[in-house]
Design a protein around this ligand. Structure first.
Ligand SMILES: [Zn+2]
Length: 248
């Protein structure tokens, strides 16, 4: 039976003038001898991720598994920080990612090639048990080999959807914003809804949003969104303007 702590909240936004934002969810899943991370983010989140891990009493070398939902840069660069972890990714995902030509902006080419020859790489398939109580499911579309992971908890399960369902708007509208295969994405949304509703109280943890449970048929957030930036827009270092990126 597993407990889950969201170390870094995903954010359902995009920049208008600065390319990809890539604020993705990183979750710590603990149970028995296992300390798993679901997705690990990219360079920008490294100091904060390590701080959050420390706050939860976990050293990088104590992480036993890194579960990657897919190979995009904003989810899949920092597997290199966990020297003892088995790195788990979909077999089809890695095959696809390694073959992607350089020049695209989604796949960190060198990181996926290094991962493909990593001694603790483990590729998994649909329905495979990652560790007892954690199962991987195929949810293709956003990328060809995208996985969703389900961890069994005492009261309910946790469903990690990655970017197969990036946010509440995608879950509710049954449609997605960025996909390589829209039909596959819609089938995958149906799969994730089945996983969400198959046990009362199940919590979905999306790739770019705050965790949600269902109140009847309506998704409600189970965490308070925290997102903000500050900027030096004046002429003094101590003159900083804070911008909240929430409506709550
Ligand atoms: Zn993605």
């Amino acid at each position: 039976m597993f407990t889950v702590d969201v170390l870094v909240q995903g954010y359902p936004g995009r920049t208008l003038y600065h390319g990809g934002l890539g604020w993705s969810t990183i979750a710590l899943v603990r149970g028995g001898p296992y300390r798993l991370l679901v997705d690990v983010g990219s360079f920008n989140v490294r100091p904060y991720l390590l701080q959050r891990l420390q706050e939860h009493g976990v050293a990088p070398a104590e992480v036993t598994h890194v579960l990657l939902t897919h190979a995009h840069w904003d989810h899949a660069v920092n597997w290199t920080l966990f020297p003892e972890a088995e790195i788990v990714i979909g077999e089809r995902e890695l095959t696809w990612a390694v073959a992607e030509p350089p020049g695209g902006w989604h796949v960190p080419e060198l990181y996926v090639r290094e991962l493909a020859r990593h001694p603790r790489l483990r590729t998994v398939r649909d329905g495979e048990t990652v560790v007892p109580g954690v199962t991987a499911y195929d949810v293709p579309g956003h990328t060809p080999g995208h996985l969703c992971y389900v961890a069994e908890g005492t009261e309910h399960d946790w469903v990690f959807t990655g970017d197969a369902a990036k946010n509440r708007a995608e879950l509710v509208s049954h449609d997605v914003d960025m996909t390589l295969d829209r039909g596959a994405s819609q089938t995958s949304l149906a799969t994730m809804w089945r996983l969400w509703t198959r046990r009362p109280g199940n919590v979905v943890v999306p790739g770019h949003d705050v965790p949600m449970r269902l109140d009847g048929t309506e998704p409600v957030y189970v965490d308070v969104r925290r997102a903000a930036v500050f900027a030096w827009l004046g002429t003094r270092l101590d003159d900083r303007t804070r911008f909240a990126l929430t409506t709550e």
